[in-house]
Design a protein around this ligand. Structure first.
Ligand code: GDP
Length: 529
């Protein structure tokens, strides 16, 4: 197959939702369609590799939340689909934000009863900012929920989206009869039995056809006709260009658990979703069909397999082909590196691959040379723009609880920070280490992983910090800046990039400081330049 054809047949996307909306269930059903897994229940129990339930995954299992982002690939109707799974839990939102730098589109799952929830709002906002094409799947139609029109309204209001329903439910909950597919012009009747239903699709080209009354009853048929008329009157027609620009979001209804409406979603998805898109680097826009390989690290994951305690750096291929054993430039280190066993991910296994194409994700064995955001190329100096670190919201001193293991502790902390699990600050005054995270759960994850992966023990101590702000002086030599450094010495720290950070202990003190030193800028994200 030609290079261009390989690019054209790839779809790399993420599924985002508030926890419990049904992301995992939907992922699993998508994999079932691709024949990538044989039975339901496979996704949650062994996300990447069968039989390799790592210790780290154990936390995930116990807590019933998705801690890490995993990659699942499968083929469906000749299309290579790469799903980047994203944790919905808010404490792991940064992981999800970073994953969104590697997707070409997303599917947003919304629970019909709960409507738009907090995490949905935050994640959709990130997608909106980046103009990522979004498709919406309203899930759990087998349950009582909100009225379809009310929900579409809520989505437009709260998520600031412009929706375009491509299917419409016939009843809901106990009365749920099925779905009219506006896109394909057919009806799918709900039997509540997830094993059949694909064969039950009935073509209805014209809703005024009497056949409809026979299928769902006169009353429901009348209602459906009115509703679809209303849909056509209120909402814009689907327009692919608008969808690709992030200006229009098609909506599907269904029930992931019952495998209902999922095939319709998938069929439409592979038709309309974008193939790998060009990506902006600091230097220039890079197109997928360029000959030279380039890609970037969007995730680092440790300990996928407890027998090999190494790390995997996940690279999204932006352009060209990635070949096994070829020398590539690690741009930040300005060094050529080769990879003898790059991994590709499939639903139940990972495999060594010789060649990968734009849109694909490869996992590279990493002994600590990669950081989130690192770029690899064939020689050109390119730096892909990443998502910067946000100001953490929780802070604690980290102490060594086993003096004999201090080397392991520092190595562990160092690597966990490169993975982007949390941020490390070193106090200017006394060199003490402070960990900053976006969620409280990360402290437990760090402690657990330090112990199980690095054999080190840590303890935490509370510290009163309201926010960490990156400090940008307009003039390093002026007396105001010098005074600031002196007066606020107790509150100053360096991040891992050696950038100066002000740890404000309250909103009030931050305001006072900003007023007192107007020539200094205080930033809430790390990459302010
Ligand atoms: P995630 O947290 O978004 O990954 O959500 P899960 O896929 O784990 O689903 C959360 C819960 O909702 C589980 O108990 C699922 O069985 C249930 N669920 C998912 N889809 C449906 C559906 O279509 N109908 C009903 N009734 N329950 C569902």
């Amino acid at each position: 197959m030609s290079f261009q054809k390989e690019i054209n047949r790839r779809r790399t996307f993420g599924i985002i939702s508030h926890p419990d909306a049904g992301k995992t269930t939907l992922t699993e059903k998508l994999l079932l369609f691709g024949g990538a897994i044989q039975e339901a229940g496979a996704v949650k129990s062994n996300k990447i590799k069968k039989g390799a339930t790592s210790d780290f995954m154990e936390i995930e299992r116990q807590r019933g939340i998705s801690v890490a982002t995993s990659v699942l690939a499968f083929e469906y109707n000749g299309i290579k689909i790469n799903i980047l799974d994203t944790p919905g839990h808010k404490d792991f939102a940064e992981d999800t934000y970073r994953t969104l730098t590697a997707v070409d589109s997303v599917i947003v799952v919304i629970d019909v009863a709960k409507g738009v929830e907090e995490q949905t709002e935050k994640l959709v906002e990130v997608c909106r900012m980046r103009n990522i094409p979004m498709q919406i799947f309203i899930n759990k139609m087998d349950r009582e929920g909100k009225d379809a029109f009310e929900l579409l309204d809520e989505i437009e209001q709260k998520l600031h989206l412009k929706v375009c329903p491509l299917s419409f439910p016939i009843g809901m909950g106990y009365e749920f009869k099925g779905i009219y597919n506006i896109w394909e012009k057919n009806i799918n009747l709900f039997s509540g039995d997830s094993r059949k239903n694909i064969e039950d699709t009935i073509k209805i080209d014209d809703l005024s056809d009497n056949k409809l009354d026979g299928l769902i009853g006169e009353k429901a048929a009348k209602e459906l006709r009115e509703e679809v008329e209303l849909v056509e009157g209120i909402y814009p027609q689907f327009d692919r260009e608008s969808y690709l620009n992030g200006d229009l979001q098609p909506v599907f209804f269904g029930s992931a658990l019952n495998n209902f409406g999922v095939r319709e979603l998938l069929d439409c998805f592979i038709e309309i979703a974008p193939k790998p898109r060009p990506k902006q680097s600091e230097e220039r826009i890079v197109k997928p069909d360029e000959n030279d390989f380039s890609g970037f690290v969007f995730k680092i994951h440790a300990n996928m397999d407890p027998n090999h305690r190494n790390r995997l750096a996940f690279i999204k291929i932006v352009s060209g082909t990635f070949k096994r054993n070829a020398p590539y430039l690690h741009v930040r280190h300005n060094k050529k590196v080769k990879f003898s066993s790059p991994n590709a991910f499939f639903a139940e296994k990972k495999e060594i691959v010789d060649i990968s194409y734009p849109g694909d994700i490869v996992g590279l064995q990493d002994t600590g040379t990669f950081k989130i955001g690192d770029t690899l190329t064939e020689g050109e100096v390119l730096n892909y723009k990443g998502i910067p670190s946000f100001s953490p919201e929780h802070f604690r001193y980290i102490n060594n609880a086993d003096p004999l293991k201090s080397k392991q502790l520092y190595k562990g902390i160092d690597q966990l920070m490169d993975e982007g699990v949390a941020q490390l600050f070193t106090l200017e005054l006394n060199g003490r280490k402070v960990i900053g995270t976006v969620g409280a759960l990360q402290f437990e994850v760090i402690q657990y992983r330090l112990e199980h992966e690095y054999g080190a023990k840590c303890s935490y101590e509370n510290l009163n910090v309201y926010k960490a702000c990156w400090v940008e002086p307009t003039d390093r030599k002026n007396s105001e800046y010098k005074e600031f450094l002196q007066v606020k010495q107790r509150y100053l720290a360096k991040d891992k990039q050696n950038q100066l950070v002000f740890l404000a202990d309250s909103q009030f003190s931050l305001q006072m400081t900003q007023q007192k030193y107007p020539s200094i800028k205080f930033h809430f994200i790390s990459e302010y330049k």
